[in-house]
Ligand binder design. Structure first.
Ligand code: URA
Length: 235
């Protein structure tokens, strides 16, 4: 059983305050009975909830696309530092966690969900989900670096990376890198193995999911039904 205002807010359509207001205005029916208070409990699995006469589609899972800004941690909580969850309204946060991590200073696409199975599938190295990053470097990379990336870079500690695609933009101080795996600080360490330092890094896509260009840094939105279907999620 969950609080009715929480259930309404979990759809992402209303804030908790707006949900309480809807209930107060007598616009919410639960199992044919007018709901009186937000604290009222309902069973999300079985209750028939109508808002303005329209059945409420309760989500099984929540999928949020965040344009992560630099300066926040890809974590659910931290005693001192701001996390990506702090960028979401409280009614949306419940049970969400980031699918994989971006470094604190990395920007771009971050998916947050409460769907553990999907997160596992997207992160499992055997599924080879492509991730595309845009990087700015302190020195240009060139064709020899492209060949090394295509071969599979060996990092300073001897760890071998899978072959990756390196696309040069302009003079090669900007690059697009496509990874099929996700090792700790991977882009920075791959660039370092070629003598270049990453000055700025942004993730553009993860599998079929692309960062929505309409999202400013720090902004988020729910995934569309189409996007959820593309990544194999369950609404
Ligand atoms: N590679 C990095 O070095 N950092 C990230 O945040 C992601 C990929």
């Amino acid at each position: 059983m969950d609080r009715l205002d929480k259930l309404l807010a979990s759809t992402g359509r209303w804030s908790r305050r707006e949900a309480k207001q809807l209930i107060k205005e007598g616009r919410v029916l639960v199992d044919g009975r007018l709901a009186g208070r937000g604290e009222e409990k309902a069973d999300p699995a079985s209750a028939a909830i109508l808002v303005d006469g329209v059945p409420l589609a309760l989500r099984r899972h929540t999928y949020v696309m965040l344009h992560k800004p630099a300066g926040v941690l890809s974590a659910t909580e931290d005693p001192r530092q701001r996390t990506v969850l702090d960028l979401l309204p409280p009614e949306l946060r419940r049970g969400l966690f980031p699918v994989g991590r971006l470094d604190k200073d990395t920007e771009g696409l971050l998916l947050l969900t409460d769907d553990g199975d999907l997160a596992h599938r997207l992160l499992s190295p055997k599924n080879h989900v492509d991730k595309v990053y845009h990087a700015r470097l302190d020195r240009p990379l060139g064709p020899a670096d492209q060949a090394a990336f295509a071969q599979g870079i060996t990092l300073a500690d001897g760890l071998r990376c899978m072959p990756a695609d390196l696309e040069l933009i302009g003079d090669g101080t900007e690059v697009l890198v496509t990874l099929h795996e996700g090792k700790f600080h991977q882009i920075k360490r791959m660039a370092a193995s070629r003598g270049a330092a990453v000055c700025w890094l942004k993730r553009l896509s993860m599998g079929p999911l692309q960062l929505d260009p309409a999202l400013e840094k720090g902004e988020y939105r729910l995934l569309t039904h189409k996007e959820v279907a593309k990544i194999g999620g369950k609404l």
